[in-house]
Design a protein around this ligand. Structure first.
Ligand code: FES
Length: 627
């Protein structure tokens, strides 16, 4: 029999109190999602995070599950919090969705400087606008049509004119005797396609959109196609993350479930249309003047945007449904730009090495480099590229959401109040984003903290918090190292310190989560060096790309062994290289063609299938021992 479940959401919601009939043996999380009530499920409902926690306010509080105790800790369990994905109530209950840590003003890596500053980029977007005078049919005996007259005037075939253009043709051709402005797209090595016919002269209005769809954040950039100049950009969290913070959780949510696949698809299309509206509002550009959209993202994001079921990407042999580049009209994806605008998706390499990695290769020019270089795009679904003009390898290095603060007791995304910088000497000193009151630890703060605690011998090279050795530490630091029940902890902030309203701690399990994440990235780099036979001495440069990669301190990343021990002068940030690669392909068909050749050159290394991976991964989870 169904159980009455009342869910209290954010008081600012239009309906902050919803009661639903929860089918038997159904978790609160599943019931809420089925009723379109947003409860974030970063780990996809596997009991491995805290994002779905709810507080019982009425009815019997069920006994805590193992996962409740591990993830929530004694205090929250005592206060009546439970993980909603693990909780199947047997009687009527009322629960309050735990207000997510008040994450405001997310720190999302924007579009960066753009292509104009890059030099040696041919601006040939393929979009052409010209004013054309079309001789209209005059004589009855003259067997012709508007389309034939139009096509002849333009030098294209009738087949190059799509329905959306045809529908507006008769009016446009007759409205302004001075002519019409015709927009065409000439793909590199392909024919010419008519995208739009407009009254009057709008030839100078030629724009495009470059989009980087990340697992966690999405960045859209508006570019003027003649100059390559960036006019506006918008970035926001990927709304799909509610259904799973990392790729495997998101794939699991969509797996063999057409309704959930549709949910994920409409969420991303909806967000892109919001970005388009906002970008047009910011720039004053009309959406109908956006004629080309280049999209990059990992393979799963690519498939979800196209509404393609990614289920098999999540199952061995992790093969994508397609890999080649794709160009389709915007109307097929319901994108609110010119209906016939060309949406260009860059090619993919493998199941977990997508078009974003190809875009990084393009933007960093690693494919034409005389010396061996490495690019590491650190993120929830990280990728590593290693190579030069001779050979190019790539692998997936999924750090998971731990570096986004998920699965960390007091973790949070990089938002206002997040601890993003830490130094450790005789005590712990923190900096928060926006100098706001401290709310939790974000990825870059976590990396700094571990580097500092390693140097201060609060944790050893295996990651163990040294409770037994705390007497040897400076007094203030020693007081922060505690054993609570069975759990080893380091108190980062006590209530009141750095404006913290409640205590913020680092638990032993948090350290292990970060070791898993950094092990994934470090072993990805080590594996490619191993496969390519490239020792550190032959690595001319290591480039840090992506949201997280550009906020992490290079010194701390080196100290915890997230990246190989190269001299710091050989390591540099390259900003949002994936978004830059998308911009290159937007302003240049030459670059978009090059992306196809580069993608075909990339040799994918499947880590899990390699006999040496396990050994390298386990080693990579340890921290470097002080020299
Ligand atoms: S613990 Fe419930 S979604 Fe992660």
């Amino acid at each position: 029999m169904a159980v009455p479940l009342t869910i209290l959401t954010d008081p600012r919601d239009p309906a902050p109190r919803r009661t639903l009939a929860l089918p038997p043996a159904t978790s609160i999380l599943k019931g809420a999602h089925a009723a379109s009530i947003e409860i974030t499920a970063t780990c996809g409902g596997r009991g491995r995070c805290t994002s779905c926690r709810v507080k019982f306010v009425a009815g019997t509080v069920p006994p805590p599950t193992i996962m409740d105790e591990i993830q929530l800790g004694d205090d929250q369990v005592r206060e009546g919090y439970r993980l909603s994905c693990q909780c199947v109530p047997g009687e009527a209950v009322t629960v309050q969705i735990a207000p997510p840590l008040e994450e405001r003003a997310f720190q999302i890596l924007g579009a960066g400087p753009g292509v104009v500053g890059m030099g040696n980029v041919t601006l040939d977007s393929g979009i052409r606008k010209q004013v054309v005078k079309v001789g209209l049919p005059r004589e009855e005996h003259h067997q012709t049509s508007d389309l034939e007259q139009f096509a002849a005037a333009l030098g294209v075939t009738p087949a190059d004119v799509g329905l959306a253009v045809l529908q507006g043709l008769p009016g446009a051709l007759r409205d302004d005797p001075a002519g019409v402005t015709v927009t065409t797209f000439a793909a590199a090595g392909g024919g010419e396609r008519v995208l739009a016919v407009e009254r009057g002269d709008t030839a100078s209005m030629k724009f495009g959109l470059a989009v980087d769809i990340g697992t966690t954040s999405v960045v859209s950039v508006l570019i003027e196609l003649e100059s390559g100049e960036q006019l506006a950009s918008v970035s926001s969290l990927n709304p799909q993350a509610v259904f799973g913070g990392d790729l495997m959780s998101r794939i699991a949510f969509a797996q063999f479930n057409p309704d959930n696949l549709k949910k994920l698809h409409t969420r991303i299309v909806g967000l892109l249309n919001q970005h388009i509206a906002e970008i047009c509002r910011q720039s004053g550009v009309l959406a109908k003047w956006i004629y080309k959209v280049v999209v990059v993202g990992n393979t799963c994001m690519h498939h979800l945007l196209l509404g393609i079921d990614p289920s098999h990407v999540g199952l061995a042999p992790y093969a994508p449904v397609m890999r080649h580049a794709l160009v389709l009209p915007a109307r097929e994806l319901f994108l609110k730009v010119a209906p016939e605008a060309r949406v260009c998706l860059l090619p993919l390499v493998a199941g977990f090495v997508g078009a974003d990695a190809v875009a990084v290769a393009l933007a960093t020019r690693i494919y034409e480099s005389a010396e061996v270089r490495i690019a590491v795009d650190i993120g929830t679904n990280g990728e590593v590229l290693l190579g030069s003009r001779d050979r190019l390898w790539a692998c997936s290095a999924p750090a998971g959401p731990a570096l986004e603060g998920a699965q960390i007791r007091h973790g949070m995304r990089a938002a206002l109040g997040a601890i993003d910088r830490v130094t450790v000497d005789d005590d712990v000193h923190v900096h928060t984003i926006g100098e706001a009151d401290a709310l939790g630890l974000c990825g870059s703060g976590l990396i700094d903290l571990l580097a500092g605690l390693l140097d201060a011998s609060v944790i050893d090279w295996t990651g163990l918090i040294q409770v037994e050795g705390r007497a040897a530490l400076p007094p203030k630091l020693s007081e922060r190292v505690v054993m609570r029940g069975e759990e080893r902890q380091v108190i980062i902030l006590r209530p009141g310190e750095a404006g913290a309203r409640a205590e913020i701690v680092l638990t032993q399990d948090d350290v292990r989560q970060v070791q898993l994440a950094k092990g994934a990235i470090a072993s990805g780099v080590l594996m490619l060096q191993h496969v390519a036979g490239v020792p550190d001495a032959r690595v001319a440069e290591l480039m840090l790309a992506g949201g997280f990669g550009n906020y992490v301190s290079i010194a701390s990343a080196l100290r915890i062994g997230l990246i190989p021990p190269l001299p710091a002068e050989r390591i540099r940030y390259v900003g949002n290289a994936a978004a830059l690669g998308a911009q290159l392909c937007l302003v240049s068909e030459t670059e978009r063609q090059r992306a196809e050749r580069v993608a075909a050159r990339i040799e994918h290394v499947s880590l899990a299938a390699h006999p040496d991976f396990e050994r390298i991964f386990v080693d990579a989870m340890n921290f470097p021992q002080p020299t």
